[in-house]
Design a protein around this ligand. Structure first.
Ligand code: SAH
Length: 393
């Protein structure tokens, strides 16, 4: 142990309730000369032990907690145990070889994300505490899983808030090829683990893609914010009459094209563009669809962006509702943690009023089970969505 962090008076409750974050405002003083990333005991203002975590004075979240047991040593055996527990908790659906093995705080491994893509692992250390243990963790993962190789995607923006540089590169074993082929519910996808968004693929949408496929037989499908076309491939395989994928990234759509071919789907249209503009254009052209998927990026990164984000969500949902035939389905998502499921439902309600389209929610969707929500850390719930059926005229 490299010192202690003393909380201000009456700031111990969230810690006792096992929330894993200690913000700078709750802290009276840090009694430690150790570098950022070092372990500290967190004590209340009278010096009573509360929990153990790792430190980063440069972050707003000064301590991230690892254990509430004074006798539990945070050593190699600790990390191995936690990794084993997270890995053992995953059950892969049939025909699937890609999943999130470690979901950071929600798996009681703050700051650590590990995704499996077939024989390859992609690892992200998002905090100073994890960055300083990166090689140790990679070694443990190698022992536990014998992957072909482990690749670091330490280029997530949140690392800046921890004072960490953005970098990528092989950590252990062989370097993955430029495109790794994975399988998800029997669908095949090429994943750019080295340069793609996040760690290469939106694993959190796995079950929602399958749910969406159920509405796509014979349908004219618009897959907005398609990335590498995953929803489009499911729609194609489910017998969609036509699929249009729209994304601002030409690179993503090139890969989408390959994924469509890889799955033996009918050719699909790829539109490079801004979804806001494309939806407006389609509306002005009186186009009509049977199913529209809206899976935008996180519009609200901070609380300050919430109002703008709300407007953005409302705008695209209004346009999409106007483009659907009566009886058509809107599959709409928000992955902004700050937009709660309640708020999102209200936004879609507002959109339906503005669109002049009544709609019913027929399914509530959420992030896949390999992205669990820790009850003591409600921030781990971020992805929510609905399938809305547009009312008959
Ligand atoms: N549905 C995808 C994931 C979407 S991620 C899947 O299942 O894999 C969000 C995508 O939106 C990214 O690919 C990003 O390039 C794209 N994007 C962000 N802003 C956009 C905009 N204004 N118009 C079109 N695409 C946008």
């Amino acid at each position: 142990m490299d010192g202690r962090t003393v909380l201000k008076r009456d700031r111990e409750k969230p810690v006792q309730q096992r929330h894993p974050w200690i913000f700078s405002g709750a802290i009276d003083r840090v009694e430690s000369d150790a570098p950022n990333g070092a372990l500290v005991q967190v004590v209340d203002y009278q010096g009573n032990y509360l929990a153990t975590g790792y430190l980063n004075r440069r972050s707003q979240i000064v301590v991230r907690l690892l254990t509430w047991d004074v006798d539990e040593q945070v050593d190699t055996a600790f990390w191995q145990r936690r990794l084993e527990q997270a890995i053992a908790a995953r059950t892969l659906p049939a025909g699937t070889d890609a999943c999130r093995l470690v979901y950071a705080e929600a798996d009681r491994l703050p700051g650590l994300v590990v995704d499996r893509y077939g024989d390859w692992l992609v690892m992200q250390c998002l905090t100073a505490g994890m960055a300083s243990r990166r090689d140790e963790i990679a070694g443990l993962l190698a022992e536990l899983l014998s992957p072909a190789g482990i690749y670091a995607r330490d280029d997530a923006d949140v690392r800046r808030q921890e004072g960490l540089a953005l970098e990528t590169g092989p950590l252990w074993g062989a370097e993955p090829p430029d495109l790794v082929e994975i399988e998800e519910h029997g669908h095949r996808f090429l994943v750019d683990v080295k340069r793609g968004q996040k760690t290469g693929f939106y694993l959190d949408q796995r079950e929602n893609r399958r749910a969406t496929a159920a509405y796509c037989e014979g349908a004219r499908v618009l897959n907005a914010f398609s990335y590498t076309g995953a929803f489009g491939v499911y729609a194609g395989r489910a017998g969609a009459a036509s699929v249009i994928n729209v994304d601002s990234s030409a690179q993503a759509l090139t890969l989408a094209q390959e994924n469509v071919a890889l799955n033996g789907c009918q050719p699909q249209e790829m539109v490079v563009g801004d979804v806001f503009q494309v939806l407006r254009r389609y509306r002005d052209e009186s186009r009509e669809f049977d199913v529209i998927v809206l899976d935008p990026p996180k519009f609200a990164v901070s609380q300050a962006q919430l109002v703008g984000a709300t407007r953005g969500y409302k705008d695209i949902n209004m346009l999409a509702l106007q483009l659907l035939r009566p009886g058509g389905f809107l599959v709409t998502f928000s992955c902004s943690g700050r937009v709660t499921a309640d708020l999102f439902q209200k936004i879609v309600f507002g959109a339906s009023l503005d669109a002049g389209r009544e709609a019913q929610i027929v399914e509530y969707l959420r992030q896949a089970p390999d992205h669990p929500v820790l009850l003591t850390f409600p921030e781990s719930a971020y992805l929510k969505g609905f399938v809305c059926r547009v009312a008959d005229r």
